[in-house]
Design a protein around this ligand. Sequence first.
Ligand code: HEC
Length: 131
Amino acid sequence: MKFINFIFLFIPLIIFSQDERLINSIKNGESVYKDFCLRCHLPNGEGQIGIFPPLAKSDFLFKNMEESVKAIKFGGIDGEIIVNGVKYNSKMEKMGLYDDEIADVMNYILNSWGNKHDKIIEEAYVESLKK
Ligand code: HEC
């Protein structure tokens, strides 16, 4: 009986607080995006074909999430990448963001313009990534 109570009381609480954290992170990420990313990737994450890759519905972003976070953290990807079938060979600059800002902006781009990713990107995960 007690265990049942536990499940009904705490599981929804945990789920709720996860959602709440994701919503807050997305909100903070939106201002990071406007300050740092918008000038290349543009307001709707559409990018500029052949120069700045799109983030909206980007196959690369979802298939290479760790590499994408590293690119934001350490400044670009060496060599050529292919995003939605188009080659990109220019380089993203190092922006000097804090790990929590990178987590927030990731949560924003992963959940905007038709993108959807249920799992929250945590600051600790960003921190754990080495060059
Ligand atoms: C100076 C222009 C510029 C700025 C500013 C910039 N990017 Fe990029 N971004 C690029 C380029 C060019 C690439 C292609 C990969 C490479 O070679 O670095 C890229 C690649 C990416 C990728 C992986 C490819 C994809 O399209 O899925 C992600 C994710 C990304 N950028 C996110 C961001 C985020 C988030 C910010 C802001 C914190 C940001 N970028 C700021 C130019 C920029």
